[in-house]
Design a protein around this ligand. Sequence first.
Ligand SMILES: Nc1ncnc2c1ncn2[C@@H]1O[C@H](COP(=O)(O)OP(=O)(O)OP(=O)(O)O)[C@@H](O)[C@H]1O
Ligand SMILES: [Mg+2]
Length: 284
Amino acid sequence: MQKPVRNKSNIICIANQKGGVAKTTSTAYLGAALARLNRRVLLIDSDPQCNLSYSMELDEEQQEFVLENNLAAMYESGQDADACTLRLRDNLSIIAASPDLVMTEVTLDSSPETLADEPERILRNRLEPVKSKYDYVLIDCPPSQGMLTLNGLVAADWIVIPTLASVISLTGLERMMEQVHEIVHGDPPFNVDLKIMGVLLTKFRKDRAVEVELESRLRGCPEEFFVFKTVIPDRSQFGLLGELRTQTGRSLLDLSMVSYSLLPYLTLAMEIEKILMPKPVRQA
Ligand SMILES: Nc1ncnc2c1ncn2[C@@H]1O[C@H](COP(=O)(O)OP(=O)(O)OP(=O)(O)O)[C@@H](O)[C@H]1O
Ligand SMILES: [Mg+2]
C-alpha cells in the first residue's frame, strides 16, 4: 500500500474542549488501527486524567518506566521525546501521562520564565528531532483549551475534532473552530500550518432522528469544515455482543483480534490515509 505524504510524519491532535466526546477512545483505536495498517505510530497522552495511558493496561515494568519517563518529565526536565517513549508493540509506542501534568499546566501558564522554551512550543520542539521515526503522532488532548491543548495544537499538522451529534456538543465545536482560527491567524500566529482534517461523529445512533438530522445539517456546511464519511457508532448499536466485546488495553494491542469497536476506526484510518495521499502533480 502506498504511504501517505512520504518521509513526513503526520502529527494529529485529537481535541475538543467538550468532555466525553470520545477523544481518548478515538486516539487509542485510531492508533491501533493505523499500526495494523503497518504505520509507525506514537501516541501522546496529554491529559492529566491519564485515561489513554491507563487504557493500555501497562504491566508492572512498564508502569515503573512511565513513573519516571512521561510527558510531564518531558516538559519539565527537558528530557527528549525518545527518552520518555514506551514501546507497546511493533509500530505502536506511547508517551504516557502522569497526574503531575496538572502542575505542568500551572507552570506553563504562570511561570513560563522558568522554562527553557516558549511555553506554547515545548511539545513541538521536543518532537522535532524524533518525529521522522513515525508515520503518525496522535495527541490525546484534555477537555479544556489550556496550555496542554495549546501545545498539542502548536505541535500538530492536523486536528481531528470528535463530537457527538447533539446540539450542546455542536456549540463546543464552534469554540474549537475559534481556537484553531486564533492559532492560525492570531497576532502572532502560533502555527500557520495547522489544518482541520475533519469532524468525527462519535457514539452515533442512527436510530435517533435528532442525530441523523444534525449529521445531515453538519454535512451541509462543507465550506467551514469537513465531516469524515466514517461515523463511529454508539456501541449499543452492535447489540449486547458488541458491548461485551468492547476492548481496551492488551486486547487492543492483540493483533489476532478485530473487535466491533476497532472496525469503524480501521475504516477511519483508511479514510485518513486517502486524505493524506500526495496528489499527483499536473504538468502544464
Ligand atoms: N463508540 C462508543 N460507544 C459508546 N460509548 C463510547 C464510545 N466511545 C467511547 N465511549 C465511552 O464514552 C466515555 C467517554 O469516552 P472518552 O473517555 O474516550 O471521551 P473523552 O472525550 O476522551 O473524555 P474526556 O473529555 O473526559 O477526556 C467512555 O466511557 C467511553 O468508554
Ligand atoms: Mg479523554
